[in-house]
Design a protein around this ligand. Sequence first.
Ligand code: ADP
Ligand code: ZN
Length: 728
Amino acid sequence: MPCLGARVVVPLGTRIVTGIVVETKVEPRTSNGEPRTTNLKAIRQVLDATAFVPPDVVALARWTAEYYAAGVGDTIPALLPPMARGGRADAHKTTRMAAITPAGLEALAAGAVTPKQREALDLLSGTPAGAATAALAARGIAADAVSRLAKHGYISLRQDRVDRDPFDQGQMGVRRGSDPHPDPRLTPADRQLTPEQAAALARLRALAGTRAFRVALLHGVTGSGKTEVYIRLSADVRAAGRRVLMLVPEIALTPAAARLFREAFGERVAIQHSGLSDGERHDQWQRIRRGDIDIVVGTRSAVFAPLEDVGLIVVDEEHDGSYKQEESPRYNGRDVAIIRAQRAGALVVLGSATPSMETYHNAMTGRYERVVLERRVLDRPLASVSVVDMREEYAAEGPEVILSRALREAIQTRLDRKEQALVLLNRRGFATAVFCRQCAGTIDCPNCSVSLVVHGEGHARRARCHYCNYTSRVPPACPLCAGPYLEQAGFGTERVEAEVKKACPEARVERLDRDAIRKRGSLASLLSRFRDGAIDVLVGTQMIAKGHDFPRVTLVGVVSADVGLGLADFRASERTFQLLTQVAGRAGRGEQPGEAIVQTLYPDHYSIQLACRQDFPAFYERELKFRTAMRYPPVISLVNAVVRARTFAGAMDDAAGIVEKLRTADRGLRILGPAPAPLGRLRGEYRAQLLIKGMNRRKIREALQSALAASPELQRRVVVDVDPISVL
Ligand code: ADP
Ligand code: ZN
């Protein structure tokens, strides 16, 4: 009997695959719970005598699958080092890698190989991600033996980049070597904590010292020095012989934390995120598993890192939407972290200047401890925020204006003073739609129910769907009525970039959004050039709001603060508040005080007003009233189910059938819908939606599962999202 967490080779349908043992001594049952004896297949081969994946991590994956109504199989990729995925050669040095294939495993299990081949396959079966052919050669397996194995299909060959240190420059937006603008604050060793930091650290230390499960919210304004607290607390936990998991939303966008941890803890820090090559990830995973690592810094999937005896889990920027995985299993890394800590008897620190409604609610009701940092380090003031009412601007300057007079002047002042500015608009592209002046039609995506977004200008102009990437040229006349008067409407970051260049021709302006960083390395180079002062104004989407610490930024401009407010999502206000507070928090982090200018059409909206005052408690109170009245999280639990079908009527009918079953089952649930989903058509499929609200997630899940039990076909077309971060 193989042990929990061991890898096994098993037949699955007509294929042979490698799997992980998630449970032993199970009674096979049919789907309606009857004992089943037929159709059980034998394990072909057990690859590990001991657990390959630690049993507690396997158990965590099972919890995740159940809670988020996903198959256990969906969670397995997050548990394993990456498997061979074919060539990914690039300009860097590459090395030839060999990996065993299912056919190879089968041949090995069947003993149908020569002794030399057996030796090679044995070696490779121990490293699912593959081994360098050079390493095989060193063990006496020559190149011609390797190519014979490949010819049989027993192994696959690929080119991998040479294993590099993921902390090395370039990848992380961190340069090594001499810094033309050394930042005096980046010498943490001899630094004095502020009294607030010291008090917060003492409190968290006491909690960690109990070696019991606790959750603390570290609620610290932007620039209050939370990272420093994480590092000192980690040092403590490590000294006590336990290990640390540090989760960050996106490492590429917040390289500082990873770098500071590396500086503080040296070689015993590992980094895990999706931007690494397979080879790098594989190496890091193995080092963690061997116990060579005390601290793992990573993005959401690092919550499943094979780290033993975890004493502290930090979730930095816990409110950030990137902790939620938008494919099955749709887990939230923050919430899985809390479960992991509960089982490990560890402390969880959730850090944020703008906590999620859920977390703050838990802090207010006493489930979590709340530790506060109310001031910035060195008593630097928060940025002063002013609001520009764009209706007045349109009246004075015409309806075409994008940058208000106040913002244009403020940018010019920064240029004169050799300071820097960030300009935020959370919408990509040049124009958001093309419409016909004759028939009022828009140019829409043929696959999705959205209009195409214009990218580029002049000859480079293209219309593109932001959901399925369909791209076409912008037609000279309306495809509906043939009218010749097509006009562009709305604007995105590309247009803002052009407007800043027009207003300040001498400024060095660049753009940071998903389009601008397609090329590998371009994100890192943009961030480091901005940091070096080679860029004066950086225009971008929410990417520029995240965690950066650029000391010479003294101005933040927000072009349309209300972009997100029009969306039919219960989190629209929360997200707007967070984005505005976070981006304003990027200004004035150095010696010069910061200023933020917020342009909006709704200057009276509470999330804009309260973000400008940076008044989180007032926002929470106000928003909680809305959530309570409308029955939304955190006062209830929510599950979003989207039914996909070939026709609109089909999607609506199927959704109605589910609603019907849920209603007759009556488990005290409230059901909204069925309704066409806000994105009614996506990649050619129609979508209908239902929202299920209740006090107990398990009941909601069970009700939904029994409503779908009779039809596996329908089940495959329903996307279930437990604790959705967005219902769009
Ligand atoms: P937060 O994550 O709370 O926004 P950071 O951790 O990025 O804040 O810290 C903001 C800046 O203050 C960083 O540049 C950091 O190096 C610096 N800093 C942190 N603690 C201190 C301290 N005690 N004294 C001086 N500078 C500090
Ligand atoms: Zn589309």
